[in-house]
Design a protein around this ligand. Structure first.
Ligand code: CTP
Length: 400
């Protein structure tokens, strides 16, 4: 089989040096990469680096090797074009169809999926001109990754940071796997909760659960690759932030509820993959609870936490919002799942069997997705990404 052909466009931002790592990930995993930098990108990283790492010639202008008509050929033959980093200037040119160098010509001739990984200062990212250009590109079907929040070039921090190259690579791999299928969640905002809540007893102890957050992170990652804007409310998950996803870290069930409700008003879909504690300690000891010689411990008093899934299913701020729940069951899996779907009032319920060695922390999952309309979609054992894709297929069908 031919190697997948990737065009890596690099525009002139300091994050260009991080694109070298992205390039390595592509070449080491069997992709044929043609790097097309802009002239200003070469101020940051020279042509020799791109050429040596890709094993292919590098040019910025349409005037080199004219007999090969590169300004048309490179785009036409690509399976994926990824521009990383994409500067405000490059996004503006792409949105308006300008074609004054090899990269912008390539963007006009490409018929394959296109991914932009913007990196710039917060002010430039937030400027209405940039935001309108991003909206235009997304409307046309490009995947524009949300920049990460963090340290920028100088001493300042904010939104605009180039996401982790490993995460951009993962997103590109998913986009490539989907092929030319239009990003069906483009223009949508989805909220995903992930991980497990921790309910503090005292400053050093908590009641928690064994959820790793991997399923919720897979849902966030796959939604971003399908073009969605993603808010990931993450409870205590020790996982890297997926590229292009807004991560809201939380600790307890009450904090998770607040974060989900805050993101809800303009959300098209909510997937509650987090393992939310049903109970929390009735009181919190501000000092460490000490054992007392010769005395048995006090019994632990618990109170109920709010049922977030039931609450957002019953009270949807936006008509047509799709709500998805998860059910972890140990016995009578399907019967319990059906009863839970009714009780919670959500549109879809992903039911999986859990146990000591099943599902928690594993890379694979097996489930049945129950629909309020009576449908049943079995998902055979496989990577958590496969279950995530099935969930989004079912959600996309229900979005109006
Ligand atoms: N959930 C929630 N708020 C809670 C508890 C759970 O939103 N306080 C959500 C979870 O995110 C998940 C779904 O509800 O999507 C199912 O959680 P589960 O703990 O299995 O359901 P319970 O209502 O706790 O049912 P039971 O204790 O009977 O298993």
């Amino acid at each position: 089989m031919d190697k997948p052909k990737v065009v890596l466009g690099v525009s002139g931002g300091i994050a260009a040096y991080k694109a070298a790592e992205l390039l390595r990930r592509f070449t080491e995993s069997g992709h044929e990469v043609r790097v097309v930098p802009t002239a200003s990108a070469l101020h940051f990283v020279g042509a020799a680096t791109w050429s040596a790492l890709s094993g292919n010639p590098v040019s910025t202008e349409v005037w080199d090797d004219v007999h090969e008509v590169p300004h048309v050929r490179i785009g036409q033959h690509a399976d994926l074009v990824v521009v990383a980093p994409a500067t405000a200037d490059l996004l503006a040119k792409a949105a308006h169809g300008l074609a004054d160098d090899l990269l912008t010509n390539t963007l006009l001739t490409a018929r394959c999926p296109v991914v932009f990984a913007p990196a710039m200062h917060t002010e430039m990212w937030e400027h209405p001109a940039t935001q309108e250009n991003v909206a235009t590109l997304r409307r046309r079907g490009a995947v524009v990754i949300e920049p990460a929040v963090g340290r920028l070039t100088g001493v300042d921090t904010g939104k605009g940071r180039f996401p982790d190259p490993a995460e951009i690579f993962e997103l590109c791999r998913r986009v490539l796997a989907r092929g030319v299928t239009a990003p069906d969640l483009a223009g949508r905002h989805v909220v995903v909760s992930a991980g497990g809540t921790r309910e503090p007893l005292d400053p050093v102890r908590f009641l928690g659960n064994r959820s790793s957050g991997k399923q919720g992170y897979a849902l966030a990652r796959t939604a971003a690759a399908r073009g969605a804007r993603v808010t990931l409310v993450s409870a205590n998950a020790a996982l890297p932030a997926p590229a292009g996803v807004d991560v809201v870290p939380v600790g307890t069930a009450v904090e998770l509820r607040e974060a989900v409700l805050a993101a809800l008003p303009d959300a098209d879909a909510v997937v509650m993959a987090a393992a939310v504690a049903d109970f929390r300690p009735a009181s919190y000891a501000t000092g460490k609870i000490k054992k007392k010689d010769g005395q048995e411990p006090e019994p632990l008093a618990l109170v109920r936490n709010p049922d977030i899934l039931a609450e957002i299913s019953a009270d949807r701020p936006r008509p047509g919002q799709v709500v998805v729940g998860f059910a972890a069951e140990t016995d009578d899996v399907l019967a319990n799942g059906r009863a839970k779907l009714k009780r919670k009032g959500c549109d879809l319920l992903v039911v999986n069997e859990v146990g000591e060695r099943k599902t928690f922390g594993a890379e694979e999952n097996e489930a049945v997705v129950l629909g309020a309309d009576g449908t049943e979609t079995p998902v055979p054992r496989g990577p958590k990404e496969v279950l995530a894709e099935t969930v989004w297929d079912l959600v996309a069908r229900r979005l109006v």
